[in-house]
Each structure stands twice: as structure tokens, then as C-alpha cells.
Design a protein around this ligand. Structure first.
Ligand code: ZN
Length: 422
């Protein structure tokens, strides 16, 4: 069914401007045209006036964890839940995410392997409502490293699906990458350095070797897949970039040499620079201990300044938030933090749409309001010059189907009924 959506403003993230009064024509699951609001709507097309809103491409988060206990400092809690419980909670997390305007996510890891592939497939089948997902399957990590549940007694052995991606050397890294891709993952997530939230690990310390990471990149490439690397420490970041990873996640202690290397290699930065604000407020009730808080305080201050230097230097900036470390569906707050640390509102929106789509290799499908791409469209009230409005998404369309419409004045019942069952 063809639909015309009229809006007061349209966020053109390719040109970096707000276009006044536009109509977007949608046919089936794709965008077919963008025209001036005054242009006639073709015969037989249902016209919906969204009113004085900004229509934006659906947002993309490059760094979510839809599977796992959300907003909880104690990773051992993962062991108290069944796989079934985690999958069902994932359905909730996916719904919260897409209804907040995130129509695509790159989900970068679950402690229990492969529940993410099931959630992705359930959404694609229509069993669950959620964003388009690219998933990592499991963490590739050293034993007792940032991708493991740590802090357990030494005589406790984790079940196999909690250490699926644990590797020791180059050969088994290749083997594990193959197994993860054979298991249905879309990308590989490496834990290059220690982690802020994993007890005992040191964020600044390299964990995987450069040779292991290069092997992972090479092996993934054989399958047309790429690698995202969790990396905090300056040395680990440079090793990962030299090894050829597509994106650096977190990048807390990124230095100028690292920035130069990222520019040289075209590496994307996916830095979760907002959620520390949430942690500061909720650390105690969410069960984050003193070690985690101290590591986080140190890492965040450094991360935000590094982010600002990377923006200024022209590094490709994506939008990754670490949603799951905090409750799902509130991550649009990071757009404002990106503005504070050197981006204009439209640059931050471009990071959270087109640049993130490019990082995923999905720029032909999503990331801008362009004919031929999926009709993944969201609306926020007024002219979106202020990124905070993206925390108040009123309308969500994914693949031509309306998942949310809180604009009753401008969206008559009759129009909504037309989409029922899609
Ligand atoms: Zn993460």
C-alpha cells in the first residue's frame, strides 16, 4: 500500500540541512520519493499530514546489548537466568528500543552465546517487534578477560555457552571466528582490552594480541563480515586499528597517535560518552561496586576529551551507547552529549543515522530518507534543532509499517487502520 507522509521539516542527513515542508512517498517497505509538501500526491495514495514535526531517518545504535540483565552492575546475575528468560527479556528490550526511534541496532555481544541471533530472527519473522539487528553472537575474548563473567570464585567453571568465544592463540581465534559466523552472527566482536565493568580486568591493558586480531579480521573477511573491537587503552586501540577492525568501541584512552591511525585506516569511533551520567545517578541501586565506579569515572573523563579531539580531527564518528548497561530505550540522550563535546545537532544526527549505517555496511538500506531505502522513519515535535527532542519520538515507521503514532491530531484513525496487519 502506498502512503504519503507530509512533515513540517525533513532532516536531510546527507546534505546536513533541515528541509521545510516535505512529503515522503512510501510504497510497501521502501521510500519511493521525497517531494515538496505542495506537490500533488499521486492518485490512490493515502496522505497523512504529520503536522509540525521533523521527520528523520530512524536512529541507529552501533552498540547495544539487547540480551542480558539490563542496568545491573553484577554480571554474575546472568547465571541466575535461564536462556529462555533472557530471550523473552530481549523481546521487551527490542520493543523499548524500536519504539524509542532506534529502527536499527548493531548488537555487540551477549555473555551467553547466540541468543541474539534468535532475537534477530524472531524480529525478522514478525514474531517480535524490534529494530533491524546485526548481531555478534558471542564475545571473542581472552579467558578471564573483558568478555567473560568475572569476579567468580576460582573453582567455579562457566558453562560452555558463557565461554564460547574464549581464545588462547591465533589458531583458535580463527576457529572461534568461524564458529561464531557459522552460528549465524553478522559480525565479530573482539574484546581487545580490559573492561570497565568486568571485575579484575584493567581497561588500559591489551588482552588479545595484534596477531590474534589480524587473524580475526582476515577470517571474518572470508565471510564478508567485519570486526568491531572493544578497546579502552591507547595501546590496545592502536593494535586493533592496525589489525584492520571496522570500529573502535568506547575508545576511552584514545591518544593523538591513535586518532592519526584511525584517520589513516578509515576506522569508525563508536564511543558511549553519555551513559556515565546515568551511572552517576543510579550506581548504588543498580549494584555497581566501588571498583566499577572508580574505573568508570577515570575512563569517562578521558573518553569525552578524546571524543572531542577525534571529532575535530575528522575521525568517522558513529553512534554507540552501550544500551543494556543502562535501561533500553533512553539512549537518544547521548545526542546532546555529542553536541556538548564538539558536534552540531545535525552532525550528531548524521552520526546516529548515515555514518552508523556506513559503519555497518548497510548504507544502501538505511540511514537517510532516500528513495530505494527502507521506509524507517521517525518524527519528533517541532523543528529538531535541539538534539534533546529525540528523547521524545512520537512516530515510528519501520519498513513502511507504523509501530507508534502519538500524533493523534495529524494521523486520523482511518489512515492508521490502513496499516493494520502489515
Ligand atoms: Zn558494550
Amino acid at each position: 500500500m502506498a502512503t504519503a507522509l507530509r512533515c513540517g521539516w525533513l532532516a536531510d542527513v546527507e546534505a546536513g540541512e533541515m528541509l521545510p515542508d516535505r512529503t515522503v512517498l512510501v510504497d510497501g517497505e521502501r521510500i519511493v520519493a521525497v517531494q515538496p509538501g505542495s506537490a500533488p500526491v499521486p492518485e490512490g495514495v493515502e496522505a497523512i499530514d504529520l503536522g509540525e514535526v521533523t521527520l528523520s531517518p530512524g536512529l541507529i545504535d552501533l552498540h547495544t546489548h539487547l540480551i542480558g540483565v539490563a542496568a545491573c552492575g553484577d554480571s554474575a546475575q546472568e547465571l541466575k537466568q535461564s536462556a529462555a528468560r533472557q530471550a523473552l527479556d530481549g523481546v521487551d528490550h527490542a520493543r523499548d528500543t524500536v519504539l524509542a526511534g532506534f529502527t536499527t541496532v548493531r548488537d555487540v555481544g551477549t555473555f551467553r552465546a547466540f541468543i541474539d541471533t534468535e532475537l534477530r530472527d524472531a524480529i525478522n519473522r514478525g514474531t517480535a517487534i524490534g529494530p533491524r539487528m546485526a548481531v555478534a553472537g558471542a564475545y571473542v575474548t581472552v579467558s578471564s578477560g573483558g568478555g567473560m563473567i568475572t569476579g567468580l570464585a576460582h573453582d567455579i567453571e562457566l558453562p560452555k555457552d558463557f565461554r564460547f568465544g574464549s581464545v588462547r592463540a591465533v589458531d583458535d581465534t580463527r576457529e572461534r571466528v568461524r564458529e561464531i559466523l557459522h552460528g549465524g552472527a553478522d559480525l565479530i566482536k573482539l574484546i581487545a582490552t580490559g573492561a570497565v565493568m568486568a571485575a579484575g580486568t584493567v581497561p588500559g591493558a591489551p588482552e588479545l594480541t595484534e596477531a590474534q586480531m589480524r587473524a580475526a579480521v582476515e577470517e571474518a573477511a572470508q565471510y564478508g563480515a567485519y570486526v568491531a573491537a572493544h578497546a579502552h587503552g591507547a595501546a590496545g586501540i592502536k593494535m586493533a586499528v592496525r589489525a584492520g577492525v571496522r570500529s573502535i568501541e568506547h575508545g576511552c584512552y584514545l591518544d593523538d597517535e591513535g586518532i592519526a591511525l584511525m584517520l589513516e585506516h578509515g576506522t569508525y569511533l563508536s564511543a558511549d560518552i553519555w551513559w556515565s551520567d546515568w551511572l552517576t545517578e543510579h550506581a548504588t541501586d543498580a549494584g555497581f561496586d566501588a571498583e566499577q565506579q572508580a574505573k568508570n569515572d577515570d575512563a569517562t573523563e578521558s573518553q569525552r576529551l578524546a571524543f572531542e579531539r577525534a571529532v575535530r580531527a575528522g575521525v568517522r564518528i558513529g553512534f554507540g551507547t552501550d544500551a543494556g548497561a543502562f535501561p533500553h530505550g533512553i539512549q537518544a540522550r547521548q545526542l546532546q552529549t555529542m553536541r556538548t563535546y564538539g558536534m552540531t545537532p545535525l552532525e550528531a544526527l548524521r552520526a546516529a543515522t548515515l555514518t552508523s549505517a556506513e559503519c555497518m555496511g548497510w548504507e544502501e538500506r538505511v540511514g537517510s530518507i532516500t528513495p530505494g531505502k527502507y521506509a524507517d522513519l521517525i518524527a519528533v515535535p517541532g523543528r529538531a534543532d535541539d538534539p534533546t527532542v529525540f528523547t521524545d519520538v512520537r512516530f515510528v515507521m519501520k519498513g513502511g509499517a507504523v509501530l507508534k503514532n502519538d500524533l493523534p491530531d495529524h494521523a486520523p484513525e482511518r489512515a492508521l487502520r490502513g496499516w493494520a496487519g502489515q
